[in-house]
Design a protein around this ligand. Sequence first.
Ligand SMILES: C[S@@+](CC[C@H](N)C(=O)[O-])C[C@H]1O[C@@H](n2cnc3c(N)ncnc32)[C@H](O)[C@@H]1O
Length: 431
Amino acid sequence: MIATRLSVRRHLQRRAANLALDLGIRQLIELGCGIPFPGGIHTVLGNRPEAGRVVYVEPDPVVVELIEQATTGDPTITAIRADPGNLTETLHDPRTHQAIDQGEPVLIMLAPRTPAPETARWTGSAGATEPPTDRPRPASAAFPPQGPQPMSAAEEAHPASGGPYRAFDAGKTHPSRRYDYWLGGKDNFAADRTSGDQIANVFPTIRQAAIENRRFLQRAVSYLVREAGITQFLDLGTGIPTSPNVHEIAQGIAPASRIVYVDHDPLVVAHGRALTTSTPEGATAYLHGDLREPETILDNPVLSEVLDFDRPIGLLLVAVLHFLTDADAPYDVVHHLIEALPAGSYLALSHATLDPLPADTAERLSALADPASGHGAFRFRTREETSRFLDALDLVEPGLTPIVDWRSNAHPQPRASAEETAGYVAVARVP
Ligand SMILES: C[S@@+](CC[C@H](N)C(=O)[O-])C[C@H]1O[C@@H](n2cnc3c(N)ncnc32)[C@H](O)[C@@H]1O
């Protein structure tokens, strides 16, 4: 559904841009443009000899950076970070002044769900004042989201990504984008594809393993909503949105379901905020947070605005705990999170293992899991080590199993084997 809406939006944008050129309008400002995509309006302009100028306006610093990367060196395109609902701010921005000729007509394009700006006029010079015309957003605007949500100052400064929030490095592989590559997604860079291929050379069924992991996620969420009555989820290490996402599964069964997604990759959060919707009855939110600092996630006020901690919550730690090394104290992290959940909550987890693999494959994968190998830190765990995450919880039948054996009868048969998927999964209840 999201894909359909996006393709309609893109089609309309391109038509509007063409129409503008037909009418002799050669300058475009797109408010709330979102993540750059092939065929964005600047490419329409680029295909026409009378090409003009485009100013993209986005509140999210990561998206602005992605646009800059995608359009490097093109002097006709300007990306500025500003509130798309505040046209005055955009018109006052010195970069807009530089890019756009104020004596010429401009087409202003408004992304769906961006609050319509009230009338704003050019001022004499950059930064000149005039009565504010921006519409304050209601405090509750993000629940459900009304459009792209900007990063908070605290998120931007968060040290989890190794520095200022926006300083993500496309030159290094990242688990979210490599996983996206294995799943056939498009939100990955060359470094992720190279790393993904090197791992696939050693473990050729990695793509099947990723697909089966997603299928487990679907089964676990469906089980939790249908059979355990859970309608609130905290999905930690959520990954780049891949349909069906947790909210699509949960709200498809119980429309009032509420979901908070958390990831430490700024790109994941940017994609999630740009693409994720919610039913009107339910809610979704994306937080930037690091699992290794569970208290900062639990203290985030958005969490308690979206989730009611007096009612059971489904905690999802799917394919994420293996990115925590022993030095990250993963058992303490999980214990801390579970302590915060009310009785009757559930934990669903999946975790990579070398247990079912031939010794030489296990040895070669272990070498790739060494941070010095350039693929990022990774810790395979045995069945016993994985089961320690579930201590003190009541396991749901059939217990801790290979990925493909957990309530999988409804999924395509024959399934991949335990050896081809190399992971354990479980769902357990907080007593
Ligand atoms: C393999 S993907 C799994 C995505 C999704 N949970 C699934 O199973 O389909 C792992 C995700 O965990 C995230 N991640 C890794 N370490 C993390 C950490 N310390 N804190 C938060 N997220 C983390 C990565 O950015 C990535 O998006």
